[in-house]
Design a protein around this ligand. Sequence first.
Ligand code: ZN
Ligand code: ZN
Length: 423
Amino acid sequence: MGKISIAALGGTREVGKSAVLLEAGETRVLLDYGMKLIPKEHPEFPPIPERVDAVLLTHAHLDHSGSLPRLVSHGKNVPVYGIDVTREYTELLLYDTIKVAKMRKHNIGYGPKDVRKMLNNFRPVEFNVPFKIGNLEVMAINAGHIPGSAMFYLKYDGRSVLYTGDFNMILSRLMPPASIEDIPPTDILITESTYAMKEHPPRSKQEALLKEIVVETLKSGGTAIVAGFAIGRLLEVAMALRSRGFRGRLFLDGMARKSTEITEYFSNRVRDSDDLRLAIRSITSVRNWYVRKKIAKKSDVILTTSGMLEGGPVHYYLKEKKEDENSTVTLTGYQVEGTEGRRLLEEGKMEIEGEETWIMMKVNQLNFSAHTGRSGILSLIKELRPESVMVVHGENSDMFANELEEKMGVSAFSPEIEEEAIF
Ligand SMILES: [Zn+2]
Ligand SMILES: [Zn+2]
């Protein structure tokens, strides 16, 4: 039987710069090729592999896609396989990354030309339809994380590997859960572990809280600002509000506007395209400064980026409303240490346009995570019963791997960067 060798070039024992190099016979593929964004610091990148034949891109988030144009700028313009909508979101995020890098004077090692070249070499694939890369047979399986997110199932010489990318096991408003039933028998599982040590609170409770916050804020004459990630998250919020009977206007600002247009076009990639359309109908896009300034003076609901308050139009709204105790700002996910969102939660102040700013508005944090919690990862392992589990994409991936080995009798490990495992 032929050997399969697997090494993580990044994204192990951390979240960020996911990149796994898999070699089967003569064929070498990269599973994701992301970058790590660190608040106030230069981003980090995985090393450039000596030789690679193709990339399998699970989804568009920068911790999975942000280094792809670096392959091109290093003379490796290889095909990138992924679901169609992933190409569009990736395009949006990579051009924004170049813009932000320029502003912060970071050298990310690529420009628009490299992004264009990489995108021209994107090969759209379909869920559950096998295709070949050299010696490998590959299949994408719905991962339930964001529209177009895929797990990759790889087969070589009678052995099989499943790389989960980021996945979710619950039904959300926007996405169906990961299609676990579509995964064929698996020998080696490479799993994300973002929330391996944590369970999420029930989603229905989070939705109820969100509606309550929004309704109460409007009642008191304040503005309800909801901050979230550009891809998926703010649509999830809009769909949740609508499904729970909220019929007021929702303003949408920042990169989420373009991302919503993309999602609408690829509505076959979400759980229910009718639900999506109804939610989008309740949304008004903030297209210019005239509208932005006008709504900031009124009592309205504004859904805007960025999710961790590191930039984006949310800064403008917070500056306008900072002294209004009737207004609220709601964070819809985890806030990484060192981000302005985390500071606002812990210290009640944050930096806006270079100035320390106290925020008197009420600050809320909700959990609309698109990652599975601990029990989801465990049930995937139970379902697949692989002979070996490689744990990546988590701050505590080594702790989780040890626990799997010692308490659950599963052969598991969390590799060091570039440590090679042979199967
Ligand atoms: Zn992701
Ligand atoms: Zn990720």
